[in-house]
Structures are given as structure tokens and as C-alpha cells.
Write a protein that binds this ligand. Structure first.
Ligand SMILES: Nc1ncnc2c1ncn2[C@@H]1O[C@H](COP(=O)(O)OP(=O)(O)O)[C@@H](O)[C@H]1O
Ligand SMILES: [Mg+2]
Length: 336
């Protein structure tokens, strides 16, 4: 993989430092076996037909591997990938110029595709369906719209909010894959692989402990591993064991189940301010001083999946498990 492919303006510098850890092929992508199977079949079919594959939609919470999967797809197809994002496209003209510069077979990766402006969205689904874009020429009464035909290309869209995408756009994707939180066993394998790359000596038990505290999320697992790496360096540890992971991570206030500050704040607000609920998302967001989208797409999916809270027709409620975890926390949530 060439470096310049990764120098996308949309990836934050902290993400760039992770490039070494990013798997470059489908076989190196850990976990998510169903998704890998679907992707493999889909790409193999396209390769056999020697045609650009259908458009792909990747959805799921942050840090689960959407961008990674997009890179892998373009790698496997051996085609270049152009990167942009919903917020980067301010005007439909921005999208028109990207589309009209695409070459046959290229992949166009659109991160946070749910944040495309409406007009751009419409332009995109016409382009996806008919491989055509209407370019406006001239201004005022003399302006004309000229249809420009495009080569066959593949859009890979990534979103944390599939529910916000309009039907007409969703139906343009031939393959829609939903990434889910990872099992601890899979994350342990991921941590082991990353530790090898970063040359951090760590035992299998420690990998598992780290995995359990990573909120089911590869990005978090890699980040915590680096903090354990700091500990190893500073404490002159030959081989990080479970206890080292616990001690190192307690410094960073990572809870034994991997819940982060916002997760805990959310559960606490539910329990204390709202007497366990039900409460609406807006009220919850106001109390937490957080934006509703972050709560809905980042915190809640994990808390609900793990059974700490639930979403009912009347609003959000805390569960017995959530209460229990908070009670535990009042004693020593963040300690080993
Ligand atoms: N299945 C996986 N196997 C190995 N590493 C992964 C996997 N999924 C994600 N990662 C790692 O986690 C990091 C975050 O993944 P990314 O694709 O940026 O997530 P997203 O785009 O969904 O927010 C990447 O840098 C990559 O190294
Ligand atoms: Mg991403």
C-alpha cells in the first residue's frame, strides 16, 4: 500500500499514526466473519466479471472498522480509492467536480455520508444509478444543465447513522454491511496482532483483560494497548500481565467493563436525575451537556447491547444490570 493513499484530509493525525495497525487485506481483518464472507463473495464476483462492483454501504458505531474495510475493498480490487466525506462537500459543485474526475473502476469513499447536503445527495444517487452528472454551465437566465456521462465507479459510503439516510440513497447500494461490536475473544486476537506490530511484550491473559475493557471496539483496544505500552516502558516490565493491564488502565480511568466517562455519566443521569427513566433523548442530552447524536450513535448502542439500559416507546430506562454496575462503581469503578 502506498502512503499517499492514506493522506486523506479527513483522517485526524491521531488516526494516521495508527496506519501500521490497519489490516491491509480481508484475511487480516479480525472477527466479523459474516461480513467478511459477504464481502469476499461480492468482491470475487466483481473480479471474475472484471467489472466495478456495486456500491457498498458500511454502517455501525465509530471505531469498528468501516474505513479499514473500505481500504481493504479497494486493495482487493486493486483500484485506487478517492476519499471524501459528507461534511467536506459543502456545495453540489464540490461533488460534481469529484465525480467528473473519477476514472473507470475507481472507488469513491464517502465517510459520514449521512451528512451530505440534500442537493448533493440527490446528485449522488443519480450518479450511482445512471453514471451521469448534470453540470451547470453559465449563470442567470442563460444557465444550462449539461448531462455528463461518468465511467463506472464504486461508491463506498460509511455512516454511523444509517437511519438518517433517505430511502432513495439506501436503495442504490448493492451491498449493505452493518459492523457490530466485537467479541472479547476477537479483540484479544486483535490486541495480540497489534502488540506484535508495536513490539509490546504482553501475555495472552493480559490481551484478554485489555480486550474486555475495550468496549467492543478495535480503535479503543489499540489505543489502550499503547497506554499499556507506556506502562511497560516506564515500569521496565518484561512482559505485561493481567495485573499490569489493570494498573495501567486504572490510571486512565478505564472501567473494568470498558465503559467510558460518557457511558457512566449517561447511566448516572438516568438513575439519579431521572429516577431510572423513562426519559427522552433530548432531556438526557441537555442534562449531560452532550449532543444528542453522540449519545444516540456512540454511547447508547453499546449500553443497550450490553444490557445496561434499554430504549422503550416511552423513552430510555436503566436496567437492573445498569444499576448494579453503578452501585459497584460507587465503591471502586475505576480501580483494579
Ligand atoms: N477487524 C479489524 N481487525 C484489525 N484491526 C481493526 C479491525 N477493525 C478496525 N481495526 C483497527 O481499528 C482502527 C479503527 O478502525 P476504522 O476503520 O478507522 O473505524 P471506523 O472507520 O469504523 O471508525 C483502525 O486503525 C484499525 O487499525
Ligand atoms: Mg472511519
Amino acid at each position: 500500500m502506498s502512503d499517499d493513499k492514506f493522506s486523506s484530509p479527513s483522517s485526524a493525525p491521531s488516526e494516521l499514526s495508527d496506519e501500521r495497525l490497519r489490516p491491509g487485506a480481508l484475511d487480516e481483518f479480525i472477527g466479523q466473519s459474516e461480513i467478511k464472507r459477504q464481502m469476499r463473495l461480492f468482491l470475487n464476483a466483481a473480479k471474475k466479471r472484471k467489472k466495478a462492483p456495486d456500491h457498498i454501504l458500511l454502517s455501525g458505531p465509530p471505531g469498528l472498522g468501516k474505513t479499514t474495510m473500505a481500504f481493504i475493498a479497494s486493495e482487493e480490487m486493486k483500484v485506487p480509492m478517492r476519499i471524501t466525506s459528507g461534511p467536506a462537500i459543502q456545495h453540489p459543485g464540490d461533488l460534481a467536480s469529484i465525480l467528473s474526475s473519477l476514472e473507470e473502476g475507481e472507488v469513491l469513499f464517502i465517510d459520514e455520508i449521512h451528512r451530505l447536503p440534500k442537493v448533493a445527495e440527490e446528485m449522488l444517487y443519480i450518479a450511482m444509478e445512471d453514471f451521469r452528472v448534470d453540470v451547470m454551465v453559465g449563470k442567470g437566465p442563460g444557465a444550462a444543465s449539461i448531462p455528463l456521462s461518468l465511467p463506472h465507479f464504486t461508491v463506498i459510503g460509511a455512516t454511523t447513522r444509517e437511519g438518517m439516510l433517505p430511502r432513495p440513497l439506501i436503495t442504490r447500494f448493492g451491498l449493505s454491511l452493518r459492523l457490530d461490536y466485537y467479541k472479547a475473544e476477537d479483540l484479544a486476537e486483535l490486541v495480540k496482532r497489534s502488540a506484535g506490530i508495536l513490539a509490546i511484550p504482553i501475555s495472552d491473559g493480559a490481551c484478554m483483560e485489555l480486550a474486555r475493557r475495550s468496549r467492543g471496539t478495535p480503535r479503543i483496544a489499540n489505543r489502550l494497548l499503547k497506554r499499556v505500552g507506556d506502562w511497560v516502558t516506564v515500569e521496565n516490565v518484561k512482559m505485561a500481565r493481567e495485573e499490569d493491564v489493570k494498573e495501567a488502565l486504572s490510571i486512565y480511568q478505564v472501567d473494568p467493563l470498558g465503559l467510558d466517562r460518557l457511558d457512566i455519566a449517561l447511566l448516572s443521569a438516568l438513575e439519579l436525575q431521572f429516577k431510572g427513566g423513562p426519559v427522552g433523548l433530548k432531556n438526557l442530552a441537555a442534562v449531560l451537556g452532550e449532543n444528542a447524536e453522540t449519545i444516540e450513535c456512540v454511547s447508547e448502542p453499546y449500553l443497550i447491547r450490553e444490557g445496561f439500559m434499554a430504549r422503550t416507546r416511552k423513552g430510555r430506562v436503566i436496567t437492573a444490570k445498569g444499576r448494579e454496575h453503578l452501585a459497584l462503581g460507587r465503591k471502586d469503578l475505576f480501580s483494579a
